[in-house]
Design a protein around this ligand. Structure first.
Ligand SMILES: *[C@@H]1O[C@H](CO)[C@@H](O)[C@H](O)[C@H]1NC(C)=O
Ligand SMILES: *[C@@H]1O[C@H](CO)[C@@H](O)[C@H](O)[C@H]1NC(C)=O
Ligand SMILES: *[C@@H]1O[C@H](CO)[C@@H](O)[C@H](O)[C@H]1NC(C)=O
Length: 329
């Protein structure tokens, strides 16, 4: 792992996942719909001026401080813009986000640059659970050394800006349990280093992009949004060990390509969608899966009409705690 961040030193995604899975905090104060609309409108105003950042954007910003290096200056511009896009910070987490020493800001983690070990750069942001209300400004695209972006359990509204396309080192993004809206943030699919994507507990809507499953990801958490349409046919191309699509409005069948994930898939959770039809036979190929849960869909009927499905349910190749639960219609 490239950075000396404590979270990455565990170098075990499973441990990280375990922690994240066991700690889905839902303790945000409620924002009224009017407040959400206000914050989202502010973001739209700021984003419409600048669809993406211009390449020389950072030089247009006048800052009087001396900085350790130009990348820290860029990070300062990004973090100050973000601070101005925050409307409520009840625990004063960003209270010390002043001055040029951005590495001392709460929730901001620095490490040696990957390409130059003589300079410190902002390698991660973790303000999980800070309960901050606001939006993500375009300037966050200046944090080009960032590998981790963890903002779960806050009250951020609006969308993930296009400027995130500049975050070529971003490895983990966790924006779960916020108030994000709009279509799947397709900008994330283009990020070459991204391995861990967590969008759960937001209001994202519309179809899942098929590109998501052609991407080299380790974990995909999309549960508790408003995703619709079917699961793309190339679903089985995914290399993720855990995929959670529960509590959306996904329809259609479970793609037969699912069986191609045998070598990598550990957990697949599809519960509480609008999936129909029978389980594909290929599910039996998921020999390394420990949790398969497709309950609360309309798959149950196949139990009565298909002996094949029944055979799958007791297939010895599905070892350990198989939870292929069915709710008959
Ligand atoms: C917030 O934190 C800053 C710096 O830690 C401190 O100076 C300021 O007084 C705090 N504000 C409140 C309202 O507690
Ligand atoms: C993904 O799956 C589709 C159809 O299931 C296939 O045509 C395509 O070649 C696959 N892509 C990769 C990168 O494996
Ligand atoms: C389980 O995982 C191992 C190691 O990745 C792999 O060699 C094996 O083929 C997988 N089993 C199945 C049934 O795919």
């Amino acid at each position: 792992m490239p950075f000396n961040l404590p979270i990455m030193e565990t170098s075990g995604l499973p441990l990280l996942l375990l922690l994240l899975l066991t700690a889905i905090a839902c303790n945000s104060h409620a924002l009224t719909d009017a407040e959400v609309a206000f914050i989202a409108r502010r973001q739209l105003l700021s984003l419409s001026k600048n669809v993406d950042l211009s390449d020389d954007f950072e030089f247009d910003v006048k800052v009087d401080y001396q900085f350790a290096n130009p990348r820290i200056r860029r990070a300062y511009i990004a973090l100050q813009a973000w601070r101005h896009a925050m409307y409520s910070d009840p625990s004063n987490v960003t209270g010390n986000w002043v001055g040029p020493e951005v590495c001392n800001y709460n929730g901001v983690f620095c490490a040696k640059a990957l390409d130059d070990s003589s300079v410190d750069v902002v390698a991660g942001i973790d303000i999980n659970g800070a309960d901050i209300a606001g939006y993500l400004p375009n300037e966050l695209g200046l944090l080009t050394d960032m590998a981790l972006f963890h903002i779960n359990s806050n009250r951020f509204c609006g969308i993930i800006p296009k400027s995130f396309s500049r975050l070529l080192l971003l490895y983990e993004i966790d924006v779960s349990n916020n108030r994000f809206v709009g279509p799947f943030p397709i900008v994330l699919v283009g990020l070459p280093s991204l391995r861990y994507i967590d969008l759960r507990y937001n209001d994202f809507e519309g179809p899942l992009p098929s590109e998501l499953f052609d991407k080299q990801l380790d974990a995909i958490f999309l549960n508790s949004n408003r995703f619709t349409s079917g699961i793309p046919e190339n679903f089985g191309n995914s290399t993720a060990s855990i995929i959670v699509l529960a509590n959306n409005n996904l329809g259609g069948c479970i793609p037969s390509s699912t069986g191609r994930m045998g070598a990598t898939l550990n957990e697949l959770i599809l519960l509480n969608n609008e999936l129909v039809g029978c389980l594909p036979m290929e599910i039996g190929l998921l020999g390394n899966a420990t949790v398969l849960d497709a309950s609360w869909n309309s798959l149950g009927r196949c139990l009565r009409i298909s002996v094949d499905c029944l055979a799958l349910l007791i297939s010895p190749s599905l070892t350990t705690t198989l939870m292929w639960k069915m709710v008959s219609a």
